[in-house]
Write a new protein. Structure first.
Length: 279
């Protein structure tokens, strides 16, 4: 069997499983398995696949047919122009979350101290630090998951960015004050789990997805703690669920944040709430 026929076999299997991105996923998995890109595939598409490689590729296809996310299989997620290492210890970085990076980036100034809570893969913090390498920013990421912090540290090394990572339940082990605090906390109510895509519900870490009760528990804790951890004039910015705008804005205003505003993602959904403390 040649590479082209193997790719077609992968596409057929994924389409049968209901994968709406079957052609893209089959191609990405083939390139990952055989260390190919578009140009090398075009050159080798009629070349016979080495012995044993067909089964190795089809095993990746079977994993994707079982709804395992492509990013976990290839250990790569694209975010803000960078490639991040991911595994099942962290949420997969999504384009929606780039809205948070976009919202914060204009406020960055030389020497600022940044804190990213629930950092996961580190994609928010590390993207900000990488984009503004010349500003001498001091970045700290924290997470309650030690495995997530191992992943974040891998990404810092991969991007060539210097950041500090702390094992902490929100602010519990965080010292000092910061100019900007960011977070993409768990915000999905547990009773909403059945409505999630199988890729999310079956494979992504529950502790990074679900919040107790009304889904706002982490926002309450972070807003309350941020008041004592932000410098005067400091900024707090969250990713939110698309139906949580009014509640999170109210919580921030009640805690004393001013100029609280909402940013929409590329699909037009409310995605980020950002506000500053009084000078």
């Amino acid at each position: 069997m040649n590479y082209h026929k193997l790719l077609l076999s992968g596409i057929t299997a994924l389409k049968s499983s209901g994968d709406e991105e079957a052609e893209n996923d089959a191609r990405e998995l083939l390139f990952f398995a055989e260390n190919l890109d578009l140009s090398s595939y075009a050159f080798r598409m009629n070349e016979s696949v080495p012995s044993g490689r067909t089964e190795a590729y089809m095993e990746l296809i079977r994993r994707r047919c079982s709804h395992e996310p492509l990013q976990y299989i290839t250990h790569t997620a694209h975010f803000y122009g960078y490639d991040f290492y991911v595994d099942q210890s962290v949420l997969i970085p999504r384009y929606d979350t780039e809205t948070l990076v976009n919202a914060v980036e204009p406020f960055l100034k030389p020497g600022m101290r940044l804190l990213d809570l629930c950092t996961g893969s580190g994609c928010i913090l590390l993207s900000l630090l990488k984009e503004k390498e010349g500003l001498g920013l001091l970045g700290t990421g924290s997470d309650i998951s030690g495995a997530a912090l191992v992943t974040a540290e891998k990404n810092a090394e991969k991007l060539g960015v210097c950041a500090k990572f702390i094992l902490s339940d929100l602010f519990a082990k965080i010292d000092g004050t910061y100019d900007i605090i960011t977070a993409n906390p768990p915000y999905i109510r547990t009773d909403e789990s059945e409505g999630l895509a199988q890729e999310v519900r079956l494979y992504e870490p529950p502790m990074a997805l679900y919040a107790d009760g009304d889904g706002l528990s982490f926002y309450r804790k972070i807003i309350g703690g941020a008041v004592g951890r932000l410098k005067s004039g400091g900024i707090l910015a969250f990713e939110i669920g698309c139906s949580q705008k009014e509640e999170v804005v109210f919580l921030m205003q009640k805690a004393g944040f001013e100029t609280v505003s909402v940013r929409k993602d590329l699909t037009g959904r409310d995605r980020v709430v950002i506000g500053g403390l009084n000078d």
